[in-house]
Write a protein that binds this ligand. Structure first.
Ligand code: FMN
Length: 215
């Protein structure tokens, strides 16, 4: 097993990232890379899937995969249960990091910054476009809590279905969006022999500074 893992390697030769091709602020570059990922990455990869890291009250990091659901010039929005483990971490330490990995393109983007809850109106607007099953699931599942077994979840769902038999489910108070307001965005393009391109954008007094990092 160890030997096989040690032998697993791929040389990255698809593309490069030069200062000449990179805009002075990072959002346009993210939009352009994201459009490439949507075009290029093959199913079952979800191009909007990313890893989100949060920190608990003991300073320990936790990460999990989530879906990016909105992007504007304020930041990067995802939706979840506010009472989940990640929701509790963010209540105690409102900072997070997210990483996108687009393997076909040999690209990674790392985003770090402060996190805020989106408005109740924004959460509700997104909640309303989710399929009915997902809306019921958001009401039924006490995300991150220990449950007795699958049967408990199914019983919770059955109760929720009864509750919303005659009315469409509205957005639960314990569910909604968070927006990560980026302070750093790093674009990584794999290159041959591990001499990758890394362009890092840092927000300094409201102005994006761009710098190249050693691979
Ligand atoms: C591809 C994929 C997409 C996911 N998208 C979400 C999402 O958008 N929101 C969410 O709350 N959990 C999502 N999850 C589940 C999370 O990874 C995680 O299990 C859940 O949010 C509980 O995390 P926590 O206990 O750290 O709060 C997704 C998992 C995968 C594998």
């Amino acid at each position: 097993m160890t030997q096989k893992l040690a032998d697993m390697r791929r040389d990255y030769t698809r593309d490069g990232l030069s200062e000449a091709d990179a805009p002075l602020e990072p959002f346009a570059l993210f939009q352009s890379w994201f459009a490439d990922a949507v075009k290029t990455e093959q199913l079952p990869v979800e191009p909007n899937a990313m890893t989100l890291a949060t920190v608990d009250g003991n300073g320990r990091p936790h990460c999990r995969v989530l879906l990016l659901k909105a992007l504007d010039d304020r930041g990067f929005t995802f939706f979840t249960n506010y009472e989940s483990a990640k929701g509790q971490h963010l209540a105690g330490s409102p900072f997070a990091a997210m990483t996108f990995f687009w393997p076909t393109l040999e690209r990674q983007v790392r985003i770090e910054g402060r996190v805020e809850k989106v408005s109740a109106e924004e959460s509700d607007a997104y909640f309303q476009v989710r399929p009915l099953g997902s809306r019921l699931g958001a009401w039924a599942s006490p995300q991150s809590r220990v449950i007795d077994g699958r049967a408990e979840l199914e019983a919770l769902l059955a109760d929720t279905e009864q509750r919303f038999l005659d009315t469409a489910p509205h957005c639960p108070p314990h569910w909604g969006g968070y927006r990560l307001l980026p302070e750093r965005i790093e674009f990584w393009q794999g290159r041959a022999s591990r001499l990758h391109d890394r362009l890092n954008y840092r927000l300094e007094a409201g102005v994006w500074k761009r710098e190249r990092l050693a691979p």
